[in-house]
Design a protein around this ligand. Structure first.
Ligand code: NAD
Ligand code: MG
Length: 375
């Protein structure tokens, strides 16, 4: 069997390092064709030594760039379109991952997509680029991986609705009052998942679940009224699919991204992997479910509404959220300011044009600027 080449974009992050762990157990199937990172040159150098990729790129660090490394945002496109890369694992955080996804699917690649912001900012453009270039998107996000696995080979017309599970985040049981002043440390204390800082804050505001609803809309071609969210604090059931006959299929596993990453690389096949801790239903018990607290977590409804509105609204939602999360992580705004910033941005900019990449990126920068001016 010839090994498939994988370009890992964002290799120094939480998903990137998870993916390299998976690949190191699957070296008979996969080799690393390219690695890129934003600025962590020390870790990138270690990864280069271990995986010997033909291409290494670092976007934002000139100081420590060893000879032979590529730099600047172009390196993401180069890595994503290399002939020796069959699969592009996009584990970049934020809208910064968009162009690499577009370039990869245009070049006919499989994109194992962790970078959900790609589909939120420009889902329709990505769909078109897939059709034109022959590429495909396979989700890494655990909920979407679950849905893909539940649907299997059934046509979309067999699906009545999908139900995304949400852990509820660290503030599931907090009152609205207490939430307004939650600290960065509180928000980074996720009950079930260990992830990068931005998505961890998104999980605390539930903006992450809104991004995932939009992601599901584009991945599975379902209207928003057939995508629901339920809180499942144990994060064992990664999502449900209800079929037209009323049967409900769920996918389960421990809250660990190794399996969804591996499945995105091998889909529709399955690869034996003994590195994942065996599932024990007794240990995973009990599994409970609760309605989602839309009133306490306004970012969720704002995001779903932005998805329904379409055009540039999802891009505005995403950019305002990215900017507000950066300010919150920097200690400059309060937790409750995040949804407030998103709401003002959508009020002012939600109707901007959003057909082309340029229009979407313009809406993205306007939203970031607006949020900076708000505080
Ligand atoms: P992270 O912050 O840990 O890692 C981000 C990676 O992207 C790093 O390698 C960084 O160098 C790179 N990067 C950051 N900004 C960049 C830029 N401007 N240009 C190029 N590269 C840049 O984030 P993460 O938690 O690994 O999340 C990555 C993506 O996967 C996000 O879209 C997130 O929503 C999604 N995701 C993550 C998890 C998880 O468990 N961590 C689960 C599901 C989905
Ligand atoms: Mg998820």
């Amino acid at each position: 069997m010839t090994r498939q080449g994988v370009a890992v974009l964002g290799s120094t992050g939480s998903i990137g390092t998870t993916a390299l762990r998976v690949i190191s157990r699957q070296r008979h199937r996969f080799r690393v064709a390219a690695l890129t990172a934003n600025s962590n040159a020390a870790l990138l150098r270690q990864q280069e030594t271990e995986f010997a990729p033909a291409y290494v790129g670092i976007v934002n660090s000139d100081e420590q760039r060893p000879g032979g490394w590529h730099s600047g945002a172009e390196c993401l496109i180069e890595a994503a379109t290399r002939d020796d890369a069959d699969i592009v694992l996009n584990a970049i955080v934020g809208a910064a991952g968009l162009d690499a996804t577009l370039a990869a699917v245009r070049a006919g690649k499989r994109v194992a997509l962790a970078n959900k912001e790609t589909l939120v900012v420009a889902g329709a453009l990505v769909e078109r680029a897939c059709r034109e270039g022959g590429g495909e998107i396979v989700p890494v996000d655990s909920e979407h991986s679950a849905i893909l696995q539940c649907i299997g080979t059934r046509p979309r017309s067999d699906v009545r609705r999908i139900i995304l599970t949400a852990s509820g985040g660290p503030f599931r049981e907090w009152s609205e009052q207490r939430l307004a002043d939650a600290t960065v440390a509180d928000a980074l204390r996720h009950p079930t998942w260990t992830m990068g800082r931005k998505i961890t804050i998104d999980s605390a505001t539930l903006a992450n679940k809104a991004l995932e609803v939009i992601e599901a809309h584009f991945l599975f071609g379902l209207p928003y009224d057939r995508i629901e969210v339920v809180v499942h604090p144990q994060s064992i059931i990664h999502s449900f699919v209800e079929f037209v006959d009323g049967s409900v299929v769920a996918q389960m596993g421990l809250p660990n991204m190794e399996l969804p990453v591996l499945y995105a690389l091998t889909h529709p096949d399955r690869a034996p992997d003994d590195g994942v801790e065996p599932f024990d239903p007794v240990k995973a018990s009990p599994m409970t479910f609760e309605p989602v607290g839309y009133a306490r977590f306004p970012a969720l409804r704002l995001g779903i509404d932005a998805g329904k509105r379409g055009g540039a609204a999802p891009a505005v939602y995403n950019a305002a959220n990215e900017q507000a999360v950066a300010l919150f992580l920097g200690g400059l705004i309060r937790f409750g300011d995040i949804p407030r910033a998103i709401a003002s941005s959508l009020d002012k900019l939600g109707d901007m044009a959003g057909e082309t990449r340029e229009e979407l990126l313009a809406a993205d920068s306007c939203a970031r600027r607006l949020v900076m001016e708000l505080f």
